[in-house]
Structures are given as C-alpha cells and as structure tokens.
Design a protein around this ligand. Structure first.
Ligand code: IPE
Ligand code: IPE
Ligand code: MG
Length: 246
C-alpha cells in the first residue's frame, strides 16, 4: 500500500522518508503572539498533529513519531501540565475513533507509569486496536525522554540477561528493548519553532536522521511546510560514513 503511494509521488524521484519524527514545538509562543494563554496553543497544536498525520499517510510515509510531552516538561507550571494532560486524554479518545475509521496504527512511547490511570487505559486501548491493522503508524511520545528510554531498556535487558533470556548485547539486540522496537529509525527529523536542539528526543534512533529546522511555530505548520521538509530530505546525500557516490 505504502509502496504504491510512493510510486504515485513520481517515478525516478529520490525516495521518501519511511519514518518522519517531529518535535512539536512553539505552541506557547504561537498563543502568546495572539494574546492567548499558552494552553490555547496546545489545543491548536493537537489539531495540527491530526492534519499532518493524515498528510503523512496520504504521501505514503510509513511512520510518524511526534514528541508531545517530555520527561522534562513536568517542570512547567502545574496548571499548564494539567491542561496538557487533559488535552492528551481528549486527543487519545478522538484518535481512537480516527484509528478505527481509517485503520491507523498508533503506539505511545515513554514511561507510562507516571501517567494517570485514565490515560494508561486509553494507551492500552490504542495498542489493542493497532494489533488489527497494517500500514501507516503514528507514534506519540508522552512522558518520553531519550535517556530515560535507554535506561528503561538497559534495565529490562539486564533482567533478561541475568535470567539467561538474552544474548550478548548488540546494537540490533538492544534496539529491541527500546520503545521503538521493530520500527525503523527516523530518516527525517523536523523541529519547528526555531530551536536547533534535540531536547532529549530519540537519542538512539536519530543516529543517522537528517535534521530539518524551521522557524514556523507548530500550530502554523502546514502541508506546504511538510513538503518543504521532505524536499530538503530528498536533496541530502546520506553517506552513512561512506564517500559520496557519483
Ligand atoms: C510544545 O510547545 C509543546 C510541549 C512541549 C508540551 P511549547 O509549549 O514548548 O511552546 P514554546 O516553545 O514555549 O513556544
Ligand atoms: C521539546 O520541547 C519537548 C516537546 C516538544 C514535547 P521543549 O519546548 O520542552 O524543549 P526546550 O525546553 O526548548 O528544549
Ligand atoms: Mg518549547
């Protein structure tokens, strides 16, 4: 299915990224510019995610992973964290309807222990629904930190190794303990909002991702911006340590 859509995007063109990762940044500044509370920016940002996820699916992208709430974001004012959590709950509810309608797979990355029982129940439901589908997959990073993910994976590996259930450690073997187990690494990492940093996002998986930064704030991010990022990706020469091939 994805391969057919890929073909439609133009014979002979550079390949599309299979996996796009996006740091959803700039919601607060978007709201501030309009004299609105920061939380208004988060509400519009959630809508932008819905539109961009559909746009990725329509373009034949196989995986979209978005950074929605980091392990560091708990340091924000309590009312902002509370509103974000409420929005995420509402969002997951709606996402379940969309998944069932459009047969979309969805996975949540992050340490789910710290989330409310309501949110955890919604996450379990998305896992359950996803089992029945194939094709486009959206991953949402919630209470996610790249270092935290690596530590959680290392702890699980150590337990398995001690019990004789795991082989000597290899890059591939370790990847299977990460939240992203079984999912190819992101090819393209997009950060809207003007900052040029990773902020603890997918540290292991982005080893060879192509980075694309834009000043556009996430709530203003549209399909044209997505296409610019994809075009920039297609113009890159991915050498993986080798020399350029002519
Ligand atoms: C991203 O937007 C959303 C989260 C990190 C939860 P921000 O809230 O970081 O927006 P800015 O960067 O302050 O504009
Ligand atoms: C990164 O954005 C985290 C998410 C988008 C979830 P932040 O706004 O938290 O990042 P910093 O603070 O600018 O590094
Ligand atoms: Mg920010």
């Amino acid at each position: 299915m994805a391969a057919d859509k890929r073909k439609k995007t133009g014979e002979g063109k550079d390949p599309l990224p299979r996996h796009i990762a996006i740091i959803l940044d700039g919601n607060g500044r978007w709201a501030k510019k309009r004299g609105l509370p920061r939380t208004a920016g988060h509400a519009v940002g959630a809508e932008t995610f819905r539109r961009i996820a559909t746009a990725c699916k329509n373009r034949g992208i196989e995986y979209l992973t978005v950074y929605a709430f980091s392990t560091e974001n708990w340091k924000r004012p309590e009312d902002e964290v509370g509103t974000i959590m409420k929005l995420l709950g509402r969002y997951l509810h709606e996402a379940i309807e969309t998944m069932e309608r459009d047969h979309i797979r969805m996975k949540v990355f992050g340490d789910l222990e710290a989330l409310s029982p309501e949110l955890r129940a919604l996450v379990e439901k998305t896992d359950e629904i996803s089992k029945g589908y194939e094709g486009f997959q959206a991953n949402i990073c919630l209470n996610y930190g790249g270092r935290d993910e690596i530590l959680r994976a290392a702890r699980r590996y150590a337990i398995d190794y001690a019990a004789g259930r795991a082989d000597e450690l290899s890059e591939e073997g370790f990847s299977a303990y990460l939240d992203s187990a079984g999912i190819p690494d992101p090819d393209l990492l997009i950060r809207p909002g003007g900052e040029q940093r990773l902020s603890n996002f997918l540290l292991w998986q982005c080893a060879y991702a192509e980075f694309y930064y834009t000043d556009t704030l996430w709530p203003d991010f549209d399909e044209a911006e997505l296409d610019r990022a994809i075009a920039a990706f297609q113009s890159r020469d991915r050498r993986y340590g080798r020399v350029k091939s002519f």
